[in-house]
Design a protein around this ligand. Sequence first.
Ligand SMILES: CC(C)(COP(=O)(O)OP(=O)(O)OC[C@H]1O[C@@H](n2cnc3c(N)ncnc32)[C@H](O)[C@@H]1OP(=O)(O)O)[C@@H](O)C(=O)NCCC(=O)NCCS
Length: 166
Amino acid sequence: MPLKNIEQPEVITVGKSTRLRKYDGKYEKLLKGYQDPYVYQNSEGIFDDDKKPDLNYVKGMCEYLDKAGELYFIEVEYNGRFISVGDVTIKAENPPISIWDAKYRGIGLGTEVMRAVICRLKILGYKKVTGSTVYKWNIPSKKMHERLGFVVTGENENEWFYDLDL
Ligand SMILES: CC(C)(COP(=O)(O)OP(=O)(O)OC[C@H]1O[C@@H](n2cnc3c(N)ncnc32)[C@H](O)[C@@H]1OP(=O)(O)O)[C@@H](O)C(=O)NCCC(=O)NCCS
């Protein structure tokens, strides 16, 4: 959905070989990634393997995120073409990010993409990111948010809540 009535770009260039590409309705691309236990435990807080995300789950999630903000595939260049390796939604309240494939995690991609999210939110005129929610067991996400300047505003048993002044 356009944020502030400004059209969502087809592509946002993040780095030399990284870009965000506007979600095109192909929710099935998320299925393999969201069926990785690491992703559903850290992103969805699901630990019961019987409840792991199915096609209907990723469809509902994409429909919601596409309405709530600007939903993109995270794409990296591989053998001369771009492949989708994750998803991110640009919105000022709890912008979610997920890198589906383990080999693209822990190499700085999440931090690089979140910098592009912050930049886009500033361009759109937002002054603050609120309510970013991180499960307490998700150390890479905690570190990423803190490295980017997010500050803890609250917690419950399982989650940290973060805000960022833009
Ligand atoms: C959370 C996530 C987006 C972070 O992106 P990433 O590309 O893996 O993270 P980065 O490589 O940019 O690293 C971010 C920080 O975590 C640290 N880190 C990365 N992997 C780590 C690991 N396995 N163990 C401990 N620290 C780790 C990095 O050193 C870095 O910290 P620093 O800046 O203090 O050095 C990504 O791991 C992911 O998609 N995870 C699964 C889904 C998910 O958890 N989504 C977020 C829900 S809030």
